[in-house]
Design a binder for this molecule. Sequence first.
Ligand code: IPE
Ligand code: IPE
Ligand code: MG
Length: 257
Amino acid sequence: MQPEISLVTKTPPGRGELPRHVAIVMDGNGRWAKLRKMPRIYGHKSGVQSVREIVEACLNKGIEVLTLFAFSSENWKRPTNEVSLLMELFISSLKSEVQSLHGNGVRLAFIGDRTPFSSQLREQMQNAEQLTSSNTRLALMIAANYGGRWDINEATRQVCEDVQQGKLVIDDITPEILQSRLALAGLPEPDLFIRTGGEKRISNFLLWQLAYTELYFTEILWPDFDHEAFDNALNEYAGRQRRFGLTGEQVEQARGA
Ligand code: IPE
Ligand code: IPE
Ligand code: MG
């Protein structure tokens, strides 16, 4: 019997490859600003430049999906002033970036619970999604008020609703069905996870989707993360052997076949 590579992943294991999907926890903005004796928002503003640079690098390299953690469901607990300045920054960045993203063939989409955002921000998000919906060069997924637990909870709720309405029976519930209700449904799973800022944790980012993702942690603070730092992460990824539970020999054999 042929071994199943993975229940849900579509990416074959391999070496020397470019990830199809990169997911990044953009951390360290506050510390970057503090080192410069500046307010935290200065770090967040500087982080927007890194976003531009990494989006450009993804476009140049032909990476298909970039998912960025911009604001977690836990970040509301920060000082009110920081939260409201961050919201203003989202609004102004969306305004300034959407046209050029669109011009470059980027499809922009947001994952997370939008209900607590202002109507102005929600409208901008929706407009940006509508404007760019047919673009195919790069899917840029922005996680805003996103939490991995929220995502799994929402998917579970949807599946339960389908059972209640008779569209599904309990025996239909499989990992594939649950996955099809998650925020990133339909996209390849993240191949490479990057966290800047030195912390070695997931912080409630993509919990389900990271099951077989290669994890990469760097001390570099997000505003300093540039295309060279990104290349280093991609090079490390390219040198790893993804096994998905198989032995190294099985993987080599499958690649040679
Ligand atoms: C990440 O940088 C950005 C957000 C969470 C919005 P931080 O603001 O967490 O920066 P540090 O971790 O305090 O340096
Ligand atoms: C994770 O960073 C969230 C984002 C980068 C948006 P945090 O700075 O909120 O994570 P913790 O609190 O250090 O775990
Ligand atoms: Mg942080």
